[in-house]
Design a protein around this ligand. Structure first.
Ligand code: NZQ
Ligand code: ZN
Length: 393
Protein backbone atom coordinates (compact mmCIF):
# COMPACT_ATOMS: atom_id res chain seq x y z
CA UNK A 1 0.00 0.00 0.00
CA UNK A 2 1.36 3.41 -0.92
CA UNK A 3 1.44 6.19 1.64
CA UNK A 4 -1.55 8.52 1.48
CA UNK A 5 -3.25 11.47 3.13
CA UNK A 6 -7.01 11.43 3.11
CA UNK A 7 -9.36 14.17 4.24
CA UNK A 8 -12.95 14.29 3.07
CA UNK A 9 -14.57 16.90 5.30
CA UNK A 10 -17.94 17.03 3.52
CA UNK A 11 -20.81 16.58 5.95
CA UNK A 12 -23.38 14.19 4.51
CA UNK A 13 -27.04 14.55 5.46
CA UNK A 14 -28.81 11.48 4.12
CA UNK A 15 -32.43 10.39 3.94
CA UNK A 16 -36.02 11.27 3.22
CA UNK A 17 -36.74 14.97 3.62
CA UNK A 18 -33.08 15.76 4.33
CA UNK A 19 -33.36 19.04 2.41
CA UNK A 20 -35.43 20.44 5.29
CA UNK A 21 -32.10 20.91 7.10
CA UNK A 22 -30.56 23.07 4.38
CA UNK A 23 -30.91 26.40 6.22
CA UNK A 24 -29.37 24.96 9.39
CA UNK A 25 -26.43 23.58 7.47
CA UNK A 26 -25.86 26.84 5.61
CA UNK A 27 -25.71 28.74 8.90
CA UNK A 28 -23.42 26.09 10.38
CA UNK A 29 -20.87 26.81 7.65
CA UNK A 30 -21.10 30.57 8.05
CA UNK A 31 -23.55 31.32 5.26
CA UNK A 32 -26.06 34.16 5.41
CA UNK A 33 -26.17 35.31 1.78
CA UNK A 34 -26.77 32.29 -0.41
CA UNK A 35 -26.11 32.11 -4.14
CA UNK A 36 -28.21 29.22 -5.47
CA UNK A 37 -27.25 27.44 -8.71
CA UNK A 38 -29.48 25.03 -10.62
CA UNK A 39 -29.72 23.41 -14.05
CA UNK A 40 -32.08 23.27 -17.01
CA UNK A 41 -35.31 23.21 -15.04
CA UNK A 42 -35.93 19.77 -13.54
CA UNK A 43 -35.84 21.27 -10.03
CA UNK A 44 -38.35 23.94 -11.06
CA UNK A 45 -40.66 21.34 -12.56
CA UNK A 46 -40.55 18.96 -9.60
CA UNK A 47 -40.87 21.76 -7.03
CA UNK A 48 -37.52 21.23 -5.28
CA UNK A 49 -36.18 24.72 -5.98
CA UNK A 50 -39.31 26.40 -4.62
CA UNK A 51 -39.13 24.17 -1.52
CA UNK A 52 -35.48 25.08 -0.91
CA UNK A 53 -36.30 28.77 -1.36
CA UNK A 54 -39.12 28.52 1.18
CA UNK A 55 -36.81 26.83 3.68
CA UNK A 56 -34.18 29.54 3.25
CA UNK A 57 -36.76 32.32 3.59
CA UNK A 58 -38.17 30.72 6.73
CA UNK A 59 -34.61 30.48 8.04
CA UNK A 60 -34.04 34.20 7.49
CA UNK A 61 -31.41 33.70 4.78
CA UNK A 62 -31.02 36.06 1.83
CA UNK A 63 -30.56 34.38 -1.52
CA UNK A 64 -30.22 34.93 -5.24
CA UNK A 65 -30.63 32.32 -7.96
CA UNK A 66 -28.79 31.36 -11.16
CA UNK A 67 -30.38 28.74 -13.43
CA UNK A 68 -29.50 27.34 -16.83
CA UNK A 69 -26.51 25.09 -16.11
CA UNK A 70 -26.25 22.55 -18.94
CA UNK A 71 -24.85 19.03 -18.74
CA UNK A 72 -21.13 19.34 -19.56
CA UNK A 73 -21.30 22.75 -17.81
CA UNK A 74 -19.95 25.75 -19.64
CA UNK A 75 -17.28 28.15 -18.46
CA UNK A 76 -19.13 31.31 -19.49
CA UNK A 77 -22.17 30.64 -17.30
CA UNK A 78 -19.83 30.03 -14.36
CA UNK A 79 -18.11 33.35 -15.12
CA UNK A 80 -21.51 35.04 -15.12
CA UNK A 81 -22.21 33.40 -11.78
CA UNK A 82 -18.98 34.77 -10.35
CA UNK A 83 -19.93 38.32 -11.37
CA UNK A 84 -23.43 38.00 -9.91
CA UNK A 85 -22.32 36.30 -6.72
CA UNK A 86 -19.83 39.13 -6.13
CA UNK A 87 -22.49 41.79 -6.77
CA UNK A 88 -24.84 40.03 -4.38
CA UNK A 89 -22.15 39.65 -1.73
CA UNK A 90 -22.65 35.89 -1.49
CA UNK A 91 -20.81 34.12 1.30
CA UNK A 92 -21.91 30.58 0.40
CA UNK A 93 -22.85 28.86 -2.87
CA UNK A 94 -25.67 26.28 -2.89
CA UNK A 95 -25.93 23.80 -5.76
CA UNK A 96 -29.37 22.25 -6.28
CA UNK A 97 -28.85 19.59 -8.94
CA UNK A 98 -26.34 17.10 -10.30
CA UNK A 99 -22.66 17.09 -11.12
CA UNK A 100 -22.89 19.86 -13.70
CA UNK A 101 -24.64 22.20 -11.28
CA UNK A 102 -22.30 21.30 -8.41
CA UNK A 103 -19.20 21.83 -10.56
CA UNK A 104 -20.51 25.22 -11.68
CA UNK A 105 -21.14 26.10 -8.02
CA UNK A 106 -17.57 25.11 -7.15
CA UNK A 107 -16.23 27.30 -9.97
CA UNK A 108 -18.34 30.24 -8.79
CA UNK A 109 -17.10 29.73 -5.25
CA UNK A 110 -13.47 29.89 -6.41
CA UNK A 111 -14.12 32.93 -8.59
CA UNK A 112 -16.06 34.84 -5.96
CA UNK A 113 -13.32 34.28 -3.38
CA UNK A 114 -10.60 35.38 -5.79
CA UNK A 115 -11.94 38.53 -7.42
CA UNK A 116 -9.84 39.57 -10.40
CA UNK A 117 -8.68 36.05 -11.30
CA UNK A 118 -10.36 34.50 -14.33
CA UNK A 119 -11.63 31.12 -13.18
CA UNK A 120 -10.30 29.30 -16.25
CA UNK A 121 -6.80 30.14 -14.98
CA UNK A 122 -7.47 27.64 -12.19
CA UNK A 123 -8.49 24.98 -14.71
CA UNK A 124 -5.56 25.41 -17.08
CA UNK A 125 -3.00 25.61 -14.30
CA UNK A 126 -2.07 29.31 -14.53
CA UNK A 127 -3.40 29.98 -11.02
CA UNK A 128 -3.79 27.85 -7.90
CA UNK A 129 -6.87 27.85 -5.70
CA UNK A 130 -5.72 29.01 -2.26
CA UNK A 131 -9.11 30.07 -0.92
CA UNK A 132 -12.75 29.64 -1.85
CA UNK A 133 -16.27 30.13 -0.53
CA UNK A 134 -18.06 27.19 1.09
CA UNK A 135 -20.30 25.16 -1.19
CA UNK A 136 -23.36 23.20 -0.11
CA UNK A 137 -25.24 20.78 -2.33
CA UNK A 138 -28.72 19.33 -2.58
CA UNK A 139 -28.06 16.35 -4.84
CA UNK A 140 -30.67 15.27 -7.39
CA UNK A 141 -28.85 12.50 -9.28
CA UNK A 142 -26.51 9.73 -8.17
CA UNK A 143 -23.68 9.95 -10.70
CA UNK A 144 -20.66 12.24 -10.75
CA UNK A 145 -19.80 12.07 -7.07
CA UNK A 146 -19.09 15.79 -7.09
CA UNK A 147 -21.11 16.04 -3.87
CA UNK A 148 -17.97 15.09 -1.94
CA UNK A 149 -15.19 14.88 -4.53
CA UNK A 150 -12.17 17.13 -4.77
CA UNK A 151 -12.72 17.77 -8.46
CA UNK A 152 -14.81 19.92 -10.75
CA UNK A 153 -15.15 19.71 -14.53
CA UNK A 154 -15.89 22.59 -16.89
CA UNK A 155 -16.07 22.96 -20.66
CA UNK A 156 -14.48 26.01 -22.24
CA UNK A 157 -16.88 26.62 -25.11
CA UNK A 158 -14.35 28.84 -26.92
CA UNK A 159 -11.75 26.07 -27.27
CA UNK A 160 -13.97 22.98 -26.92
CA UNK A 161 -11.75 21.77 -24.07
CA UNK A 162 -13.44 19.92 -21.22
CA UNK A 163 -11.12 19.86 -18.25
CA UNK A 164 -11.12 18.80 -14.62
CA UNK A 165 -9.59 20.63 -11.67
CA UNK A 166 -8.56 18.76 -8.53
CA UNK A 167 -8.09 20.69 -5.30
CA UNK A 168 -9.12 20.16 -1.68
CA UNK A 169 -11.10 23.41 -2.05
CA UNK A 170 -13.50 21.50 -4.30
CA UNK A 171 -14.82 19.43 -1.39
CA UNK A 172 -18.26 20.78 -0.49
CA UNK A 173 -18.88 21.81 3.12
CA UNK A 174 -22.07 19.74 3.19
CA UNK A 175 -24.17 17.64 0.87
CA UNK A 176 -27.81 16.74 1.26
CA UNK A 177 -28.65 13.32 -0.16
CA UNK A 178 -32.35 12.52 -0.29
CA UNK A 179 -32.82 9.54 -2.63
CA UNK A 180 -36.42 10.57 -3.27
CA UNK A 181 -35.16 13.68 -5.06
CA UNK A 182 -33.86 11.36 -7.79
CA UNK A 183 -37.25 9.71 -8.42
CA UNK A 184 -37.97 12.08 -11.31
CA UNK A 185 -34.87 10.98 -13.23
CA UNK A 186 -35.44 9.45 -16.65
CA UNK A 187 -34.09 5.90 -16.98
CA UNK A 188 -31.24 6.88 -19.25
CA UNK A 189 -29.92 9.37 -16.67
CA UNK A 190 -29.93 6.62 -14.05
CA UNK A 191 -27.93 4.45 -16.45
CA UNK A 192 -25.46 7.25 -17.26
CA UNK A 193 -25.05 7.90 -13.56
CA UNK A 194 -24.58 4.24 -12.62
CA UNK A 195 -21.95 3.84 -15.35
CA UNK A 196 -20.08 6.90 -14.10
CA UNK A 197 -20.16 5.54 -10.54
CA UNK A 198 -18.74 2.19 -11.66
CA UNK A 199 -16.14 3.94 -13.76
CA UNK A 200 -14.89 6.08 -10.86
CA UNK A 201 -14.07 2.85 -9.08
CA UNK A 202 -12.67 1.02 -12.15
CA UNK A 203 -10.37 3.98 -12.83
CA UNK A 204 -8.87 3.43 -9.38
CA UNK A 205 -8.79 -0.38 -9.64
CA UNK A 206 -6.54 -0.85 -12.63
CA UNK A 207 -3.39 0.98 -11.62
CA UNK A 208 0.31 0.13 -11.46
CA UNK A 209 0.11 -0.46 -7.66
CA UNK A 210 -0.77 -3.92 -6.32
CA UNK A 211 -1.27 -5.35 -2.85
CA UNK A 212 -4.05 -3.23 -1.49
CA UNK A 213 -6.57 -5.79 -0.42
CA UNK A 214 -9.00 -3.71 1.65
CA UNK A 215 -9.29 -1.06 -1.04
CA UNK A 216 -9.87 -3.85 -3.59
CA UNK A 217 -12.67 -5.33 -1.50
CA UNK A 218 -14.42 -1.98 -1.14
CA UNK A 219 -14.13 -1.41 -4.88
CA UNK A 220 -15.42 -4.86 -5.83
CA UNK A 221 -18.36 -4.66 -3.42
CA UNK A 222 -19.26 -1.22 -4.69
CA UNK A 223 -19.28 -2.30 -8.33
CA UNK A 224 -21.35 -5.41 -7.59
CA UNK A 225 -23.81 -3.39 -5.56
CA UNK A 226 -24.20 -0.69 -8.20
CA UNK A 227 -24.94 -3.32 -10.85
CA UNK A 228 -27.55 -4.98 -8.65
CA UNK A 229 -29.28 -1.75 -7.61
CA UNK A 230 -29.25 -0.30 -11.10
CA UNK A 231 -30.97 -3.38 -12.48
CA UNK A 232 -33.67 -2.90 -9.82
CA UNK A 233 -34.03 0.77 -10.77
CA UNK A 234 -34.41 -0.12 -14.45
CA UNK A 235 -37.54 -2.02 -13.37
CA UNK A 236 -38.84 0.65 -10.98
CA UNK A 237 -37.29 4.13 -10.79
CA UNK A 238 -39.01 4.90 -7.49
CA UNK A 239 -37.45 2.05 -5.53
CA UNK A 240 -36.28 3.96 -2.42
CA UNK A 241 -33.90 1.28 -1.16
CA UNK A 242 -32.21 0.81 -4.52
CA UNK A 243 -31.93 4.57 -5.08
CA UNK A 244 -30.47 4.98 -1.58
CA UNK A 245 -27.78 2.41 -2.34
CA UNK A 246 -26.97 4.01 -5.67
CA UNK A 247 -26.77 7.49 -4.19
CA UNK A 248 -24.45 6.48 -1.39
CA UNK A 249 -22.27 4.51 -3.83
CA UNK A 250 -22.10 7.61 -6.02
CA UNK A 251 -20.61 9.55 -3.13
CA UNK A 252 -18.22 6.86 -1.93
CA UNK A 253 -17.06 5.94 -5.42
CA UNK A 254 -15.50 9.33 -6.05
CA UNK A 255 -14.51 10.70 -2.65
CA UNK A 256 -11.22 8.79 -2.70
CA UNK A 257 -12.05 5.75 -0.55
CA UNK A 258 -12.12 3.30 -3.45
CA UNK A 259 -8.56 4.16 -4.44
CA UNK A 260 -6.69 4.83 -1.21
CA UNK A 261 -3.11 3.63 -1.16
CA UNK A 262 -2.57 3.67 -4.88
CA UNK A 263 -2.45 6.09 -7.77
CA UNK A 264 -5.41 6.74 -10.06
CA UNK A 265 -5.59 5.92 -13.77
CA UNK A 266 -8.55 7.81 -15.29
CA UNK A 267 -7.79 6.90 -18.91
CA UNK A 268 -11.46 6.47 -19.84
CA UNK A 269 -12.28 9.86 -18.30
CA UNK A 270 -9.54 11.60 -20.27
CA UNK A 271 -10.64 10.04 -23.55
CA UNK A 272 -14.31 10.48 -22.70
CA UNK A 273 -13.94 14.17 -21.83
CA UNK A 274 -12.70 14.81 -25.37
CA UNK A 275 -15.82 13.14 -26.80
CA UNK A 276 -18.03 15.27 -24.55
CA UNK A 277 -16.02 18.42 -25.31
CA UNK A 278 -16.42 17.87 -29.06
CA UNK A 279 -19.85 16.24 -29.38
CA UNK A 280 -21.55 17.30 -26.11
CA UNK A 281 -22.45 13.68 -25.30
CA UNK A 282 -23.44 12.68 -21.72
CA UNK A 283 -20.46 12.00 -19.50
CA UNK A 284 -21.43 8.44 -18.50
CA UNK A 285 -22.02 7.49 -22.14
CA UNK A 286 -18.63 8.85 -23.19
CA UNK A 287 -16.99 6.54 -20.63
CA UNK A 288 -18.65 3.26 -21.58
CA UNK A 289 -17.95 4.07 -25.24
CA UNK A 290 -14.21 3.92 -24.71
CA UNK A 291 -13.75 1.67 -21.67
CA UNK A 292 -13.89 -1.73 -23.40
CA UNK A 293 -11.50 -0.59 -26.12
CA UNK A 294 -9.12 0.78 -23.50
CA UNK A 295 -9.33 -2.45 -21.48
CA UNK A 296 -8.66 -4.68 -24.50
CA UNK A 297 -5.72 -2.52 -25.46
CA UNK A 298 -4.05 -2.55 -22.03
CA UNK A 299 -5.04 -5.77 -20.26
CA UNK A 300 -2.01 -7.61 -21.65
CA UNK A 301 0.19 -5.45 -19.36
CA UNK A 302 -1.25 -7.26 -16.35
CA UNK A 303 -3.71 -9.96 -17.42
CA UNK A 304 -3.72 -11.47 -13.91
CA UNK A 305 -5.20 -8.23 -12.55
CA UNK A 306 -8.03 -8.32 -15.08
CA UNK A 307 -8.57 -12.03 -14.36
CA UNK A 308 -8.75 -11.25 -10.63
CA UNK A 309 -11.32 -8.53 -11.34
CA UNK A 310 -13.37 -11.02 -13.38
CA UNK A 311 -13.37 -13.48 -10.52
CA UNK A 312 -14.11 -11.01 -7.73
CA UNK A 313 -16.82 -9.06 -9.52
CA UNK A 314 -18.36 -11.60 -11.90
CA UNK A 315 -17.42 -14.95 -10.35
CA UNK A 316 -15.42 -16.03 -13.41
CA UNK A 317 -13.20 -18.84 -12.18
CA UNK A 318 -12.50 -21.10 -15.12
CA UNK A 319 -10.23 -20.78 -18.13
CA UNK A 320 -6.72 -19.45 -18.59
CA UNK A 321 -5.67 -16.12 -17.14
CA UNK A 322 -6.11 -14.58 -20.57
CA UNK A 323 -9.57 -16.07 -21.00
CA UNK A 324 -10.70 -14.92 -17.57
CA UNK A 325 -9.31 -11.44 -18.18
CA UNK A 326 -11.24 -11.14 -21.42
CA UNK A 327 -14.38 -12.57 -19.81
CA UNK A 328 -14.25 -9.84 -17.16
CA UNK A 329 -14.11 -7.12 -19.80
CA UNK A 330 -16.93 -8.78 -21.74
CA UNK A 331 -19.11 -9.13 -18.62
CA UNK A 332 -18.62 -5.49 -17.72
CA UNK A 333 -19.60 -4.45 -21.23
CA UNK A 334 -22.62 -6.76 -21.18
CA UNK A 335 -23.86 -5.01 -18.06
CA UNK A 336 -23.41 -1.61 -19.71
CA UNK A 337 -25.36 -2.86 -22.72
CA UNK A 338 -28.07 -4.33 -20.53
CA UNK A 339 -28.81 -0.89 -19.08
CA UNK A 340 -28.71 0.72 -22.52
CA UNK A 341 -25.23 2.22 -22.52
CA UNK A 342 -23.18 2.66 -25.70
CA UNK A 343 -19.99 0.70 -26.36
CA UNK A 344 -18.85 2.36 -29.59
CA UNK A 345 -19.14 5.61 -31.55
CA UNK A 346 -22.25 4.63 -33.48
CA UNK A 347 -24.05 3.56 -30.33
CA UNK A 348 -22.99 6.86 -28.77
CA UNK A 349 -24.81 8.54 -31.64
CA UNK A 350 -21.87 10.32 -33.25
CA UNK A 351 -21.40 7.89 -36.17
CA UNK A 352 -18.16 6.54 -37.56
CA UNK A 353 -15.53 9.27 -37.47
CA UNK A 354 -12.82 10.12 -40.01
CA UNK A 355 -9.16 9.68 -39.18
CA UNK A 356 -8.77 13.48 -39.00
CA UNK A 357 -11.28 13.58 -36.14
CA UNK A 358 -9.52 10.71 -34.35
CA UNK A 359 -6.31 12.70 -34.54
CA UNK A 360 -8.03 15.89 -33.39
CA UNK A 361 -9.42 14.10 -30.31
CA UNK A 362 -6.04 12.53 -29.54
CA UNK A 363 -4.31 15.90 -29.87
CA UNK A 364 -6.79 17.48 -27.46
CA UNK A 365 -6.25 14.61 -25.05
CA UNK A 366 -2.44 14.69 -25.10
CA UNK A 367 -1.84 18.43 -25.60
CA UNK A 368 -0.81 17.93 -29.21
CA UNK A 369 1.16 14.79 -28.45
CA UNK A 370 3.34 16.50 -25.83
CA UNK A 371 2.15 14.49 -22.82
CA UNK A 372 0.85 11.08 -21.88
CA UNK A 373 -2.33 10.41 -19.90
CA UNK A 374 -3.19 7.70 -17.33
CA UNK A 375 -0.94 5.49 -15.21
CA UNK A 376 -1.82 1.78 -15.66
CA UNK A 377 -0.57 2.05 -19.20
CA UNK A 378 0.57 5.62 -19.94
CA UNK A 379 -1.12 6.58 -23.21
CA UNK A 380 0.67 8.73 -25.78
CA UNK A 381 -1.02 10.30 -28.77
CA UNK A 382 -0.63 7.24 -31.00
CA UNK A 383 -2.04 4.94 -28.33
CA UNK A 384 -4.97 7.25 -27.70
CA UNK A 385 -5.68 7.25 -31.44
CA UNK A 386 -5.57 3.46 -31.50
CA UNK A 387 -8.08 3.19 -28.63
CA UNK A 388 -10.42 5.67 -30.30
CA UNK A 389 -10.08 3.65 -33.54
CA UNK A 390 -11.07 0.48 -31.69
CA UNK A 391 -14.31 2.21 -30.59
CA UNK A 392 -14.88 3.82 -33.99
CA UNK A 393 -17.53 1.56 -35.43
O1 NZQ B 1 -30.50 20.35 -15.86
P1 NZQ B 1 -31.70 19.70 -15.29
O2 NZQ B 1 -32.98 20.18 -15.86
O3 NZQ B 1 -31.70 19.69 -13.79
O4 NZQ B 1 -31.64 18.15 -15.78
C1 NZQ B 1 -30.55 17.32 -15.50
C2 NZQ B 1 -29.64 17.07 -16.70
O5 NZQ B 1 -30.37 17.17 -17.89
C3 NZQ B 1 -31.08 15.94 -15.22
N1 NZQ B 1 -31.47 15.76 -13.83
C4 NZQ B 1 -30.69 15.83 -12.73
N2 NZQ B 1 -31.41 15.53 -11.64
C5 NZQ B 1 -32.67 15.27 -12.06
C6 NZQ B 1 -32.71 15.43 -13.46
N3 NZQ B 1 -33.84 15.23 -14.18
C7 NZQ B 1 -34.94 14.87 -13.51
N4 NZQ B 1 -34.97 14.68 -12.17
C8 NZQ B 1 -33.86 14.86 -11.42
N5 NZQ B 1 -33.89 14.63 -10.10
O6 NZQ B 1 -30.00 15.07 -15.51
C9 NZQ B 1 -29.22 15.64 -16.55
C10 NZQ B 1 -27.76 15.46 -16.23
O7 NZQ B 1 -27.38 16.29 -15.15
P2 NZQ B 1 -25.85 16.45 -14.80
O8 NZQ B 1 -25.72 17.34 -13.61
O9 NZQ B 1 -25.09 16.83 -16.02
O10 NZQ B 1 -25.45 14.94 -14.42
P3 NZQ B 1 -24.26 14.33 -13.66
O11 NZQ B 1 -24.46 14.38 -12.21
O12 NZQ B 1 -24.01 13.06 -14.33
O13 NZQ B 1 -23.01 15.32 -13.94
C11 NZQ B 1 -22.25 15.21 -15.11
C12 NZQ B 1 -21.14 16.25 -15.10
O14 NZQ B 1 -20.27 16.03 -13.97
C13 NZQ B 1 -18.93 15.88 -14.45
C14 NZQ B 1 -19.13 15.30 -15.83
O15 NZQ B 1 -17.99 15.40 -16.62
C15 NZQ B 1 -20.28 16.12 -16.34
O16 NZQ B 1 -19.85 17.38 -16.77
N6 NZQ B 1 -18.15 15.08 -13.52
C16 NZQ B 1 -17.80 15.68 -12.37
C17 NZQ B 1 -17.02 15.06 -11.44
C18 NZQ B 1 -16.62 15.72 -10.20
N7 NZQ B 1 -16.85 17.02 -10.08
O17 NZQ B 1 -16.06 15.09 -9.29
C19 NZQ B 1 -16.49 13.70 -11.65
C20 NZQ B 1 -17.09 12.98 -12.81
O18 NZQ B 1 -16.13 12.07 -13.31
C21 NZQ B 1 -17.57 13.82 -13.91
O19 NZQ B 1 -16.51 14.11 -14.81
ZN1 ZN C 1 -16.96 10.48 -14.11
Amino acid sequence: MQEFEFCCPTEIVFGRGAESKVADKIRKYGGSRVYIVYGGGSVVKNGLLARVERILTAGGLAFEVLGGVQPNPRLNLAREGVREALLFGANIILAVGGGSVIDTAKAIAHGAANEGTDIWDFWDGKAKVEKSLPVGTVLTIPAAGSESSDSAVLTNEETGKKAGLSTPFNRPAFSILNPELAFTLPKEQIAYGASDIIMHTLERYFTPVDGNHFTDLIAEALIRNVMQQTKALMVSRKNYDAMSELMWCSTVSHNGVTGLGRMKDFAAHKLGHELSGKFDVPHGASLTTVWGSWARYVYGDKPERFAYFAEQVFGVNSGTTEERARAGIRNMEEFFHEIGMPLCFTELGIGVQKETMIEYLANMCTAGGTKTVATFHPLDKQTVMEIYRMANH
